[in-house]
Design a protein around this ligand. Sequence first.
Ligand code: MN
Length: 202
Amino acid sequence: MAHTLPELPYAYNSLEPYIDEETMKLHHDKHHLAYVNNLNLAIEKYANLSSKSAEELIMDLSSVPEDMRSAVRNNAGGHVNHAMFWQIMTPGGPREPSGKLAEEIVNTFGSFADFQSKFNDAGIKRFGSGWVWLVQNNEGKLEIVSTPNQDNPMTDGQKPILGNDVWEHAYYLKYKNVRVDYLKAWWNVVNWQEVEKRYNEN
Ligand code: MN
């Protein structure tokens, strides 16, 4: 069963003015589609890999033949990362989490504002292309991590519940070289209900 591009769960222009319509079109229809197509190409000769989900592939990269491992790492990673990214954004959601996640963010980072500032800082410090994440680590504790390229924290046994794409393709048309402005604006489109759902499920 070939991997397929999931539909965007809202209109391309609905995250305006924080993320512009053209960026969303290119990001979803071109960049994400390329990861899906390249993943399908990479695994087409390997029946045992074709039966696995993209998540299963990045959680067990050692099972992938060495000549295909980089291609699977980059493209299954790109597919998983972007599929989550579209889900954890929404227009018009609450601007902060609630419930157990909100409490645990305050316990771990001091305050919601401190959490945002540390997350932004990790996004600024990611050299080149990559992602910044809020994960539950191996002990179930919240932690901010960043990964290069399309690597996903699942490969290291962590559970991502929120992630921001800091590749230039995610922000350059609107924010040019000023990644920090994108990082700050992005909080306006986070889908905290979806993030809380991911946090609360085991
Ligand atoms: Mn991207």
